[in-house]
Design a protein around this ligand. Structure first.
Ligand SMILES: Cc1cc2nc3c(=O)[nH]c(=O)nc-3n(C[C@H](O)[C@H](O)[C@H](O)COP(=O)(O)O)c2cc1C
Length: 281
């Protein structure tokens, strides 16, 4: 698989940005984003769609910050496998945008009625009602395809860094669990080959809603397969769709092995409501 950006440095540079200059994305860069979104080099079949939309300078969509002019929505069905594939494909797109000098932020909680106004995509009016207090797409699985998450696309306004962002950066954003804490069996740590450790290190740096880092890693085939999933029964009080985040983490793990010159096989299955990714050498 040919990834058109430097993998580790792009992952290390990405941060969620919640303060933007009110300027449009450069036309050439926008062209390359659209071309990338069209063919999305992911190692599995999917029907995730990336749609671009314009927004005005208001706080209506994201609530905690003003929308920049350019934004994108990740659209898919809402079953566990589709939303997890959305996480994987969406993160590859986010990293591509990062490599083009753009800032982004995954948003799972956004004003759905405003998104529908800016980018009509729902199949019927009932779908609007399913969203929790009008924010995000719904509490659980529902019919049809719809926006799962959205992201601003633009240029960081450093002077506009709000207090919340500063606090998030210091307390939440940069902190990641160590690999050992993320293993289903911590005794595996000393047995992990170097390339697997490298992939897990990129995996642990994945973004997750409220930085929950709900992913856990297990191994099969004498450490030739990495399994990525959330723990059985995992629930978060404020984020209803952690399978999205599991797909994001699986994307980073896959990229880690690609970076080491492998051509890993990737599969994803559902296990009791959990997306269960296997990435094999
Ligand atoms: C699926 C998903 C949904 C998210 N939703 C929101 C959101 O609604 N609002 C927000 O401010 N940040 C949101 N975030 C950003 C996370 O808070 C952020 O990724 C995390 O704190 C780690 O920080 P970092 O991205 O800077 O590494 C979301 C992230 C993910 C992966």
């Amino acid at each position: 698989m040919n990834i058109p950006f430097p993998i580790k440095s792009t992952i290390d540079a990405r941060r969620s940005t919640r303060s933007y200059k009110m300027t449009e994305v450069d036309a050439e860069i926008m062209k390359s984003l659209k071309a990338f979104a069209e063919f999305l080099p992911v190692p599995f079949e999917h029907d995730v769609l990336i749609r671009f939309f314009k927004a005005r300078e208001t706080k209506t969509l994201y609530m905690t910050m003003k929308s920049p002019p350019d934004n994108a929505a990740f659209i898919a069905k809402t079953d566990p496998l589709s939303i997890s594939k959305t996480g994987f494909a969406g993160e590859l797109f986010i990293l591509f945008a990062q490599s083009k000098g753009l800032s982004t932020c995954w948003y799972g909680h956004y004003k759905l009625a405003e998104l529908e106004r800016l980018m009509p995509h729902l199949e019927n009016a009932e779908q609007l009602k399913g969203s929790k207090m009008g924010y995000g797409y719904s509490k659980g699985e529902c019919s049809g395809k719809r926006a799962i998450c959205v992201t601003p696309l633009g240029y960081h306004e450093e002077n506009g860094l709000r207090l919340l962002d500063r606090v998030m950066k210091k307390t939440v954003s940069f902190k990641r669990k160590e690999i050992k804490e993320l293993l289903t069996d911590p005794h595996d740590f000393v047995k992990l080959p170097d390339d697997i450790l490298y992939a897990l290190d990129l995996g642990r740096k994945a973004p997750s809603a409220m930085n929950s880092q709900m992913w856990r890693f297990a191994f099969e085939d004498h450490f030739n397969t990495i399994a990525v999933s959330m723990p059985p029964g995992y629930k978060h009080l404020k984020w209803e769709h952690p399978n999205v985040d599991i797909g994001i983490c699986a994307c980073h793990v896959w990229l880690g092995l690609v970076d080491k010159g492998h051509d890993p096989k990737v599969s994803v299955n559902e296990d009791g409501g959990r997306a269960f990714w296997r990435i094999s050498l």
